[in-house]
Design a protein around this ligand. Structure first.
Ligand SMILES: [Fe+2]
Length: 293
C-alpha cells in the first residue's frame, strides 16, 4: 500500500498515513513522501513507536544524516544518545530533567525562538525528523510557520528590498538574544557566523521563501540595528497565525519538516517533568550563499 497524504492546514502541513516508518521503504514510497514534503513542507505521522536505529534508517531514505558537531555546547559527558541522534529532550544522561541553572538547559531554551535547524551551518539542513518518545504533561507544542506563504504575501517593495540580501547566522546570535553571551574561545570558533540568502528558492518546486531564523543577527552591508529591525519585522509578518500550524504531541508522533521552507519553535513546558524528543537531521546539499574565506 502506498502512503496516503492528506492536508490538515489551509496553507501547508499534511498527515501521512498507511505507512510504517519502522520498516524499509520502497523507492516509490520515498518518492511519494518527498513529493508530499515538496508540496506541504511538514508531514505528520501518528502512532510510530520506533527505536533510534529505525529513526536513523528512515531518515537516510532522504539523504545523509547531518554531522551534529558544532551545533551544541554539550560535552561528551553530557551525551545521552548515540552519534546520529540529536537530543532535544530536557534530560541529563541519568534520565532526569536538567538542573534549572545547567548551562546546556539554558542553551537549549533557544529552541523556543523561531528558527530553521542548522541555519548556522554553511550548508544548512534539508529535513528534520522529530520523534516523540515521552510527551511532557504541560505545554511543549511545536509550532511551524510557512515561509513560502509568508514570502508570497509580502508587498512588492519589500520583495525588491530583500531580494539579494545576505544574512549572517550564528548560535551566538540566537542565544545572545536571550542574554547568553559568554562562550569559550573554542565555542566562538565553532559558532563563527555563516552567510545565508534571505530569500531562497526551493531546488525542486522553484518556490521562493523567506529564510528567517533567530540565528540571523546581521545583514551584510547594513548597520546592525537597521538589520535587526528589518529581520524583526519580517519575523512578525511570517509568524502571523494564518501561516502557522500548532502541533500538539502524542507519544509515537513523528513530525518531519523541510527547513528550507518552514521555521519552527517549541513552546514552554513543565521542565520538572521529562520531555524526551529525539531528532534526526537530513543534511542539505548546497550553501545558499558564498562564504567569506
Ligand atoms: Fe529546531
Amino acid at each position: 500500500m502506498s502512503p496516503s497524504i492528506r492536508p490538515i492546514h489551509p496553507v501547508f502541513v499534511a498527515e501521512a498515513s498507511d505507512i510504517d516508518v519502522g520498516t524499509p521503504l520502497s523507492p516509490a514510497d520515498v518518492a511519494a513522501l518527498e513529493a508530499g514534503m515538496d508540496r506541504y513542507a511538514v508531514l505528520v505521522y501518528r502512532d510510530q513507536h520506533i527505536t533510534d536505529e529505525q529513526q536513523m534508517a528512515f531518515s537516510t531514505h532522504f539523504g545523509n544524516l547531518e554531522n551534529s558537531r558544532g551545533g551544541t555546547i554539550a560535552r561528551a559527558e553530557d551525551r545521552r544518545l548515540q552519534v546520529g541522534m540529536n537530543d532535544v529532550s530536557n534530560l541529563a544522561p541519568n534520565g532526569r530533567p536538567l538542573e534549572r541553572d545547567a548551562r546546556l538547559r539554558l542553551f537549549n531554551l533557544g529552541n523556543m525562538l523561531w528558527h530553521s535547524d542548522s541555519s548556522f551551518r554553511a550548508i544548512p539542513a534539508k529535513y528534520s525528523i522529530l520523534s516523540a518518545r515521552v510527551v511532557n504533561p504541560v505545554g511543549g507544542n511545536t509550532e511551524f510557520a510557512d515561509m513560502r506563504a509568508a514570502y508570497d504575501a509580502l508587498d512588492a517593495d519589500t520583495k525588491a528590498l530583500i531580494e539579494d540580501l545576505i544574512c549572517e547566522h550564528s548560535l551566538m546570535y540566537s542565544r545572545g538574544s536571550l542574554g547568553m553571551v559568554d562562550y569559550t574561545e573554542e565555542e566562538r570558533e565553532m559558532f563563527r557566523p555563516v552567510r545565508q540568502r534571505l530569500v531562497r528558492t526551493h531546488p525542486v518546486t522553484g518556490r521562493r521563501s523567506l529564510y528567517l531564523s533567530s540565528h540571523a543577527g546581521t545583514i551584510v552591508g547594513m548597520p546592525t540595528p537597521e538589520a535587526r529591525i528589518l529581520l524583526r519585522d519580517l519575523n512578525e509578518h511570517a509568524t502571523q497565525p494564518r501561516f502557522v500550524y500548532v502541533h500538539t504531541w502524542r507519544r509515537g508522533d513523528i513530525v518531519m519538516w523541510d527547513n528550507r521552507q518552514v521555521m519552527h519553535r517549541v513552546r514552554r513546558y513543565d521542565e520538572s517533568q521529562p520531555r524526551d524528543m529525539r531528532r534526526t537531521t537530513v543534511a542539505g546539499d548546497a550553501p545558499t550563499a558564498a562564504q567569506v574565506a
